[in-house]
Design a protein around this ligand. Structure first.
Ligand SMILES: NC(=O)c1ccc[n+]([C@@H]2O[C@H](COP(=O)([O-])OP(=O)(O)OC[C@H]3O[C@@H](n4cnc5c(N)ncnc54)[C@H](OP(=O)(O)O)[C@@H]3O)[C@@H](O)[C@H]2O)c1
Length: 330
């Protein structure tokens, strides 16, 4: 029987999510990859248990995570029924709807029909009565924002979600969505944007908007799917995401120019006493502007390595300037 580590809350910082009462761990675990047919249930269980032992209380999912779509929620449901059976109140589970999940006109985007139907399916796979955070996974250009936000509000009123979030919305869409949600009486808790050293679009207005609105943020793919780690410093290793069949990270994206920059960044990291992955995570969390970074891990060793990042989240001005210089060179 799994006995969680009694020290699990010692090392991980917990940060307030915007102006809400909910605190999230500086590092959260995402189940986009590695929680479908790509890993054994045994490995998945080991990663989830180790994450919890290291103070990771937040597990991020979506309806379509797999493969096949839905498999990651089923894997998390298994953990919630077994290892985490008595730990529900120590765990924050999030899920999303927005991308293609089932055939026909009601299986994606932002209609009330899709979002609420999908949430019911997610709850069944997770074996839960409610999720902690329910997200609109992407903005829908063809559905009135009032309808999508109304569906999030309904999820909370039906007791099927405690909080609501947005993912991949622009600063303008976020501001308008937050206004509608406020009117409905369900405050926007959090935004989940892509953010890493190699993708800094959030610095162009989104983070300022979230600060203004008192909304939290959780950065996804903070390691740029593993690029910002030692994974690709010496080529593309077997078993890595770039070597596999993921359409989201292809071998062609690991160019010699990119690897040269990664090596230079790795040098800065080693001078800080960190791995490149640890520095990349600390960098996203620098200054406390981002509430949490949601990482993926294909092994317990990777997860342990990433979590060590929280030991040093501070950067000197000179270090930041050196990193800035390296990120500029494209
Ligand atoms: N809202 C959205 O639209 C959206 C989109 C994408 C992701 N997300 C969320 O963000 C989460 C994380 O995304 P991601 O998996 O792309 O994140 P990531 O943390 O940038 O990349 C994870 C991958 O990096 C490698 N890795 C992790 N830790 C490492 C370490 N310490 N040293 C060396 N390599 C390491 C592993 O690659 P290998 O597999 O090669 O070992 C791992 O699978 C997802 O699970 C999901 O919850 C949300």
């Amino acid at each position: 029987m799994y006995m969680p580590s009694p020290d699990r809350y010692q090392a991980m910082p917990y940060r307030r999510t915007g102006r809400s009462g909910l605190r999230l761990p500086a590092l959260s675990l995402g189940l986009w990859h590695n929680f479908g047919s790509d890993r054994t249930a045994e490995t998945q269980g080991q990663i989830l248990r180790r994450a919890f032992d290291l103070g990771i209380t937040h597990f991020d999912l979506a309806n379509n995570y797999g493969p096949p779509p839905g498999a990651a929620e089923t894997a998390m449901g298994r953990a919630l029924r077994t290892d985490f059976a008595r730990l529900r109140d120590e765990i924050v589970v999030s899920t999303k709807a927005g991308y293609l999940m089932w055939d026909g006109p009601y299986g994606e985007w932002g209609s009330r029909k899709y979002l609420l139907g999908s949430l019911d399916q997610s709850l069944t796979r997770l074996g839960l009565d409610y999720v902690d955070i329910f997200y609109s996974h992407r903005p829908d250009p063809d559905t009135p924002l009032e309808e999508t936000m109304g569906a999030l509000d309904s999820a909370v009123r039906q007791g099927k979600a405690l909080y609501v979030g947005l993912s991949n919305y622009s600063p303008e869409q976020t501001r308008e969505a937050a206004r509608i949600l406020k009117e409905l009486g369900t405050p926007l808790l959090i935004h989940q944007p892509r953010y890493s050293m190699l993708d800094r679009w959030v610095e162009d207005g989104l983070l300022t908007t979230l600060d203004d609105l008192g909304v939290g943020s959780i950065a996804y793919s903070p390691l740029e799917q593993g690029i910002l780690s030692d994974r690709y410093l010496k080529g593309i290793p077997a078993g890595s995401r770039a070597a596999g069949s993921s359409p989201f990270l292809t071998p062609e994206s690991v160019t010699p120019e990119l690897v040269a920059r990664l090596r230079a960044l790795d040098l800065v990291a080693s001078e800080r006493g960190q791995t490149l992955a640890q520095m990349a995570l600390a960098w996203v969390l620098r200054g406390g502007r981002v509430t949490s970074a949601v990482v993926g891990a294909s092994s317990v060793a990777q997860l342990e390595n990433s979590v060590e990042a929280v030991r040093n989240l501070e950067f000197g001005d000179e270090e930041l300037a050196r990193i800035e210089e390296l990120l500029k060179t494209s």
